[in-house]
Each structure stands twice: as structure tokens, then as C-alpha cells.
Design a protein around this ligand. Structure first.
Ligand code: AMP
Length: 116
């Protein structure tokens, strides 16, 4: 499958991992929107949250706990951060491999209103 995040998981695209375990990997977003912008992704290909099933409960928990620990490692936890799943077209998802954005290191604006 021609999926950029699958290629990162398989190390076909050289990428420094901030975290790797048997279920997920995490790496810095190539186009960061904040001082700290990390993506946590499952190793197995899942298109989006819309494709997650009950058998993925452990994986989803691992993604969130990994993000929490990375936020602590990056020392952005004290001031807080955002965790974001984009889902599909209206959600603004561009890469069709499930990913959790960890965004922080600065006060973030709210920009989630419908496009007018
Ligand atoms: P989304 O709009 O939620 O699908 O976000 C996809 C994110 O993946 C964007 O923030 C991109 O900057 C990021 N991205 C795309 N390709 C790469 C890559 N090769 N390495 C790191 N981040 C990437």
C-alpha cells in the first residue's frame, strides 16, 4: 500500500522516533504548527478513527498514553497541550493513516468553527 505513514513505520522513510513499541510509533510532524508537534500512529494501517473497531481499544489507549508520556518528556505537560484526531474530509484529515496530533509548547488558538 502506498501510504506515507506505513513507509515511516517500515523505516522506508528515515524518521527519528520519539517513541516506539509493539503497537505505535511517534515522530515529529514535518510541518509543525507549534513548538512541539508530534504524531502518534499505529504500526498497523488503519484509515482513521472511523475505521477503528472494538478490537482496537488497547491500541487507542496506547496512543493516548504515549502522547501523554511524550508531552512529559518534552516538558510541555505542565502548561498543557492539545491532542487532536482529524477524521475525514470535514475533519481536515490529509493523511489516510490514523494519527494523533500532540500539539503544544505555546498557547494555542481555537480555530474549529465551520468554514463560512
Ligand atoms: P492531518 O491533516 O491530520 O491528516 O495531518 C497529517 C500531518 O502529517 C500533517 O500535519 C503533515 O505535516 C504530517 N506529515 C505528512 N507527511 C509527513 C512526514 N513524512 N513526516 C512527518 N509528518 C508528516
Amino acid at each position: 500500500m502506498d501510504c506515507v505513514f506505513c513507509k515511516i513505520v517500515k523505516k522506508e522513510i528515515p524518521t527519528e522516533f520519539l517513541h516506539e513499541d509493539e503497537l505505535v510509533v511517534a515522530f515529529r510532524d514535518i510541518n509543525p504548527i507549534a513548538p512541539a508537534h508530534v504524531l502518534v500512529i499505529p504500526k498497523k494501517h488503519i484509515g482513521s478513527v472511523a475505521d477503528v473497531s472494538e478490537s482496537d481499544e488497547k491500541l487507542m489507549g496506547r496512543m493516548i498514553l504515549s502522547a501523554k508520556r511524550i508531552a512529559e518528556d518534552l516538558k510541555i505537560s505542565g502548561n498543557g497541550y492539545k491532542l487532536l484526531f482529524r477524521v475525514g474530509r470535514h475533519g481536515g484529515q490529509e493523511v489516510g493513516h490514523l494519527h494523533l496530533h500532540l500539539i503544544g509548547g505555546a498557547k494555542l488558538s481555537e480555530n474549529i468553527r465551520p468554514v463560512t
